[in-house]
Design a binder for this molecule. Structure first.
Ligand SMILES: [Fe+2]
Length: 159
């Protein structure tokens, strides 16, 4: 390879690398287009047998026991996405919250820099009078700055 070809290849590689990093930095700091339909209401998985990519990455997954003793603490873990949703300045999960039925129980808020992953562990105890039917519904919600509010629920029997 002669000197002229070497310099031409080096300049081309440098230019391509620079453009690629600019594109990457642009999408990191500036928001891409947003589908406004996702912000019209609460989004839920429509068919659990055939989840879309958006549903897989945004539906809160609830990990909790199927039954618990009244008054005794147990943990409820909520993860956003089957693989944790990305967290960065242009696209992040703003909060995860848990309700017991219609009653808000707790909320964890996240900053946009991405230090934290979108996963929350709540320790709760359900008094007997809060579950007169012997069952409660855990409702998990999360809000993505680009993809709106998402909700899922799980029933737990209280003995
Ligand atoms: Fe998102």
């Amino acid at each position: 390879m002669d000197r002229r070809t070497f310099l031409l290849q080096a300049v081309t590689a440098s230019f391509v690398t620079g453009v690629a990093s600019q594109v990457s930095a642009t999408s990191y700091f500036f928001q891409p287009a947003v589908d406004q339909l996702l912000f019209d209401g609460i989004n839920r998985v429509k068919d659990h047998a055939k989840k879309t990519g958006l549903e897989k990455s945004h539906s809160p997954a609830i990990l909790a026991p199927i039954s618990a003793k009244s008054g005794e603490p147990f943990t409820v873990e909520i993860m956003v996405g089957e693989n944790l949703h990305p967290m960065g300045p242009s696209h992040w999960i703003e909060y995860i919250e848990l309700s017991i039925g219609n009653e808000p129980a707790g909320r964890l808020e996240f900053q946009s820099r991405g230090f934290m992953k979108p996963k929350a562990v709540f320790t709760i105890a359900i008094p007997k009078d809060a579950a007169p039917s012997g069952k409660i519904t855990l409702v998990a919600r999360q809000r993505c700055n680009l993809h709106g509010l998402w909700e899922s629920s799980a029933d737990i029997s209280i003995t």
